[in-house]
Design a protein around this ligand. Structure first.
Ligand SMILES: O=P(O)(O)OC[C@H]1O[C@](O)(COP(=O)(O)O)[C@@H](O)[C@@H]1O
Ligand SMILES: [Mg+2]
Ligand SMILES: [Mg+2]
Length: 339
């Protein structure tokens, strides 16, 4: 496919018609999500002019202080999608339970999960933030929809993606046939395909981790980072670079663009929590994208996409990116046993 002015709609129609990858309902659902992201991008760009910075004065179910944009982005996604007619229910980082689409709206067979605003700590300092989403099919065989229906392993996702609000606004998408990137053309108001068949190189010299947590890490993570830090003279025989944006969307976008490894591992500050990031609407969609681009994603012990969730806001340890590095970190965990 030529990358010359192919719109998101054209790309999706092609996926639907020529390759038979996606049903019509899913195509339209993705278009609604993309439209919502455009609206969120407008609010993000307004910043102080739109009175969207700062805290909302409320907390979400996970005890995190909500920023105004967390709340705005959540509302935009719900409002856009409940009219779409393709959904049975939605779930979000910012909502305690699931949101069943009321029956005054048209009903559909999909379920949408999202982190409406990822990288909240970067909103007020004008650093890249994003929206992450995951699409599941509602299980057949029963009427209605419950929280239980959302607890599917990530390999069952029908589609996943994110939108990064940075120097450019970019939508990154997979429907299970590779990864495509679309850049928002603000003058035209349209998403233009700017990269198809995204590939993550298997090797890298760049890692992303919050180093301030080093003293709390488990030994396998410590071992991996120590070896990277030892550089040319160490066991890896090469110098490594480090990047940490602290917006998962931006860190994963860099990895999809030029490779690297991203880790938010379990640590001993809260030993009962498997990690900081959420499985269903952060780790799963990102893992689907990374695998579709030839990378790997594990929780240190197993493929993230094979983890069977037990609750909606479940957390997970995350190691993702360049395949050979992710396999190395996973091997260190398996050798060490335990965490
Ligand atoms: O501030 P820390 O500990 O480095 O954590 C950064 C991580 O937290 C997150 O911001 C969590 O996402 P939310 O902003 O959606 O809560 C990730 O995007 C990022 O990777
Ligand atoms: Mg997040
Ligand atoms: Mg968030």
């Amino acid at each position: 496919m030529s990358t010359k002015r192919v719109s998101l709609t054209q790309y999706l129609v092609e996926q639907q018609r020529l390759h038979g990858h996606i049903p019509g309902q899913l195509r339209l659902l993705i278009e609604v999500v993309a439209r919502a992201c455009k609206r969120i991008a407008i609010s993000v760009n307004k910043g102080a002019l739109g009175d969207v910075l700062g805290t909302a004065g409320t907390e979400n179910v996970q005890g995190e202080v909500q920023k105004k944009l967390d709340v705005i982005a959540n509302e935009v996604l719900i409002e856009a999608n409940e009219w779409g007619g393709h959904l049975a229910a939605m779930a979000s980082e910012e909502m305690d339970g699931i949101y069943v689409v009321p029956n005054r709206f048209p009903q559909g067979e999909y379920m949408l999960l999202f982190d409406p605003l990822d990288g909240s700590s970067n909103i007020d300092v004008n650093v890249s933030i994003g929206t992450i989403f995951s699409v599941l099919k509602k299980p057949e065989g029963h009427a209605g929809v419950s929280e239980e229906d959302f607890l599917q392993p990530g390999h069952q996702q029908a589609a996943a993606g994110y939108c990064v609000y940075g120097p450019q606004t970019t939508l990154v998408l997979t429907v299970g046939d590779g990864v495509a990137m679309f850049t928002l053309d603000r003058e035209q108001g349209s998403w233009v395909l700017t990269q198809d068949g995204v590939r993550i190189p298997p090797d890298t010299k760049e890692f992303a981790i919050n180093m301030s947590n080093m003293r709390h890490w488990a030994p396998p993570v410590r071992r991996y980072i120590d070896e990277c830090l030892a550089g040319k003279e160490g066991p890896r025989g090469k110098d490594f670079n480090m990047r940490w944006v602290a917006s998962m969307v931006a860190d994963v976008h860099r990895i999809l663009t030029r490779g690297g490894i991203f880790m938010y591992p379990w640590d001993q500050r809260e030993p009962d929590k498997p990690g900081k990031l959420r499985l269903l609407y952060e780790a799963n969609p990102m893992s689907f994208l990374v695998e579709q681009a030839g990378g790997a994603a594990t929780n240190g012990h197993q493929r993230i996409l094979d983890v069977k969730p037990s609750k909606l806001h479940e957390r997970v340890s995350v190691v993702l990116g360049s395949k050979n590095e992710v396999e190395r970190v996973t091997a260190y965990h398996l050798e060490a046993g335990g965490r």
